[in-house]
Design a protein around this ligand. Structure first.
Ligand SMILES: [Zn+2]
Ligand SMILES: [Zn+2]
Length: 174
């Protein structure tokens, strides 16, 4: 039982870590798919919860879920039930964290428990929908701060990369 809980937690932790730092934040800086699908205003619950057959929405969902599946493969031999529970809980959390778009409010006792366990509530995730610089960490709030630092670094990298390219182009044109 304990093994199942530990492996399920580890899957969600490592999956959220990889998804946030390898896909979500870089996609915010260098891409456009996630921004146009997940941060577009006034979409309904089915859209945000990836319960739609819209290709860009599904692709964003699949790319975000890929790190969790990779971790699932790595942890599979340690505990089958841990991996299955982790994936099921992760999927339920995707649906739950988008219930704000249904007008739901999380009851206060659940918010308190989530704050203690550092779990992202729908309200916390909604912050990210409205302000793309805040509320990182799909499942765990402790990824928020490091993700914002990572975002600043990547933004700098993009900035210097662009200036380098434009300087090169300028020299080539001389
Ligand atoms: Zn979302
Ligand atoms: Zn985002």
């Amino acid at each position: 039982m304990l093994e199942t809980v530990v492996i399920a937690w580890l899957l969600l932790f490592l999956g959220d870590f990889l998804s946030t730092f390898v896909y979500h934040v870089p996609e915010h800086i260098f891409g456009s798919l996630h921004l146009t699908t997940h941060h577009s205003c006034k979409k309904n619950f089915r859209h945000y919860a990836i319960l739609t057959l819209n290709f860009p929405v599904l692709l964003d969902g699949i790319l975000g879920a890929l790190p969790y599946l990779l971790v699932a493969v790595l942890l599979w031999n340690l505990s089958h039930w841990g991996v299955i529970s982790g994936l099921v809980l992760g999927q339920i959390h995707v649906w739950w964290r988008h219930t704000t778009s249904l007008g739901w409010n999380t009851p206060h006792p659940i918010i308190v428990v989530c704050q203690l366990l550092r779990i992202t509530t729908p309200e916390q995730h909604w912050l990210h929908h409205r302000k793309t610089n805040l509320g990182f960490g799909d499942i765990f709030t402790f990824f928020d701060k490091p993700a914002r630092i990572w975002m600043r670094w990547l933004r700098m990298l993009k900035f210097y990369g662009r200036s380098l390219m434009s300087n090169k182009a300028h020299i080539n044109n001389l």
